[in-house]
Design a protein around this ligand. Sequence first.
Ligand code: PLP
Length: 359
Amino acid sequence: MRTRPWLFEEYPELEGRAPWTSLGDFPTPLHRLEGLCRSEGICEVWIKRDDRSSSHYGGNKVRKLEFTLADAKRRGKRYVLTFGGLGSNHCLATTVHSHRLGLKSILVLHPQPITPHVRRNLLLDVKFGAEVHLARNPLERALTVAWIKLTRRGVYTLPLGGSSPLGVLGFVDAGLELARQVESGELPEPREIYLALGTGGTLAGLLVGLRLAGLNSRLIGVRVTPERIGNARKVADLANRVINFLRSKSDSVPDLRFYPSDLEVVHYFYGPGYGAPTPEAVEARELLLETDGVELDLTYTAKAFAALLARARSGAEGPLLFWNTFNSVDLTPHLQGISEDDLPPRVREFLRREVGPSL
Ligand SMILES: Cc1ncc(COP(=O)(O)O)c(C=O)c1O
């Protein structure tokens, strides 16, 4: 179990210069998808279980929050303001882990298709102490944020997806972690790594981390957000900002440059919109649950796994690695004693009027 980031081991000058606090259980496990092999004859697929990154609430956000929430604490902040769709996993992860550190989250949320998953995440946000605001358009969002900043002292702002350069360090660290697992023989060096592309922080961090570690795996980002939010240029720019940040803290970090061609973005599996289930994602989710007992979500990970499946079925050469960025900790017990009546009136009203897919 790691007690400090691999990044600090690799570049000791970073320790003390980059804020960090332990929130998760790393390294996350890896294994081959044996059930998929038996049932589909697709045998060169491994899974990285970031869904188990914390027993409080896992998924990809924990790695980012180890750096950003440490920064908020170090700066003496009391509130963490962040953004996402109504059922945002990033917002829930921020809320759960902020709560552990004695910080209160303030969420400014935009509409998305209302599924049971969305309703559940909203209730959990409130259960873990979040203050929830609905912003239906950019103007409402700007006014809400201005009001929050005017009326509170000590607000730390996290961008969409938690993908600030500091947050992205969590996935630079994940790249180093994977390299260690390859080195120790837990898996062969993946030829391709598949993961959901939301705001791009996860991909940008892995891009930097894999390059620092000398791995040649090709990163495949499966776009699940509108192209203006998730695209290869943004990922490369973010990776360059992260390298600049690291080099400002340690001379021994090499001067790397990243370009959009350093990763591949797959657009097809996005479907009709953010959070809108697609037939491919529904099939991928059912299949992985049945073959290997791994649960995916329809907004991010099922779309990413659908892309991997399509490639594998068309004969792509392995080893392929699926990076599971979803949380698998069951928070159902925390839903006891809470209902939609506990949501702020505007949010409650919105949920009542919206009838979304029942998946
Ligand atoms: C389950 C899951 N996977 C992937 C992502 C995308 O990560 P990123 O925004 O770093 O691209 C998110 C973001 O919220 C997520 O919740």
